[in-house]
Design a protein around this ligand. Structure first.
Ligand SMILES: [Zn+2]
Length: 280
């Protein structure tokens, strides 16, 4: 017994010492592991911070007011139950939807639905949005059904050499190239656009009184060609005049307006239509 007890006592003492050393070793190891993990997580968090901040960067844009004329109780020109207000709205909504292909442009519509907008509100929108350019869209009409083609108007108070003439020529050239319609040139009219201080022009995209042109203007594919021409004209004007995009904190282009189009969804295929049409 004594021998056993004598043997056991040192053994217990030895076990106790070993256990203590192991406990100390494990304690230090756990502390070191926790410190290393905390260090790694901290470094990763610091490295990720700049990437997260860059998500909220702003875009440089040139704001363009695109103005589908008439609307609501004002139908504009009409023939055979086809109204100018509906055609220009469909084209303007396509201009807005397709403007995503021109990241430096922000298109703002004066109306995206069939509502009446007085000229004061159209002018005020340009000021509110700090617009650089103003492009109105109209449809023409004439007594004789043979009249056809596209012409672009400048207010008759704008002298030759005024930037509005440059904008009008760029629009006329690009819309003719895109649509293949007859080129009726740039002309002057008495327009409310004279109240704007920025370059402004109004494109008459065809004659509702021409049976052939009326049919084309109702065709979503042709409307898209006209819309692409308008956007190209704006882009050409910006390029030739060396306009510099300004940083905008505004919202995205009003692409959602396309869903309000009276002509369906045929224009929802940016990049698929040819730049030039035959317009035969
Ligand atoms: Zn009109």
């Amino acid at each position: 017994m004594g021998q056993v007890g004598g043997t056991c006592a040192p053994l217990r003492s030895c076990r106790t010492g070993y256990a203590c050393r192991m406990k100390r070793f494990l304690f230090v190891a756990v502390i070191l592991t926790v410190l290393v993990i905390a260090l790694v997580v901290g470094i990763r968090a610091l490295r990720h911070r700049p990437g997260e901040a860059s998500v909220a960067q702003s875009k440089a844009t040139i704001v363009v007011v695109v103005d589908p004329a008439h609307g609501g109780r004002d139908p504009g020109a009409n023939a055979e139950g086809v109204f100018e207000k509906d055609i220009v709205l469909a084209i303007a909504n396509k201009v807005s939807a397709l403007s995503v292909e021109h990241p430096s442009l922000k298109v703002v519509l004066t109306r995206a639905t069939d509502v009446e907008v007085v000229s004061d509100e159209r002018i005020a929108l340009a000021a509110k949005e700090a617009a650089a350019l103003y492009v109105a869209i109209h449809v023409n009409a004439f007594d004789k059904p043979s009249a056809n083609g596209i012409e672009t108007w400048v207010d008759n108070t704008r002298a030759q050499g005024d930037p509005s003439w440059t904008l009008a020529r760029a629009l006329e050239k690009a819309v003719i190239a895109s649509s293949g319609a007859k080129d009726r040139g740039v002309r002057t009219q008495d327009l409310f656009l004279r109240r704007l201080t920025i370059p402004a022009a109004a494109t008459e995209v065809g004659f509702v009184t021409s049976p052939d042109e009326r049919a084309k203007l109702l065709d979503p594919a042709y409307q898209e060609l006209v819309a692409r021409g308008i956007l190209q004209g704006i882009a050409d004007y910006v390029a030739t005049t060396g306009m510099t995009p300004v940083v905008s904190t505004g919202t995205q282009p009003t692409t959602q307006a396309a869903s309000a189009s009276t002509q369906g969804t045929a224009a929802r295929s940016p990049g698929t239509a040819p730049k030039k049409g035959t317009g035969s």
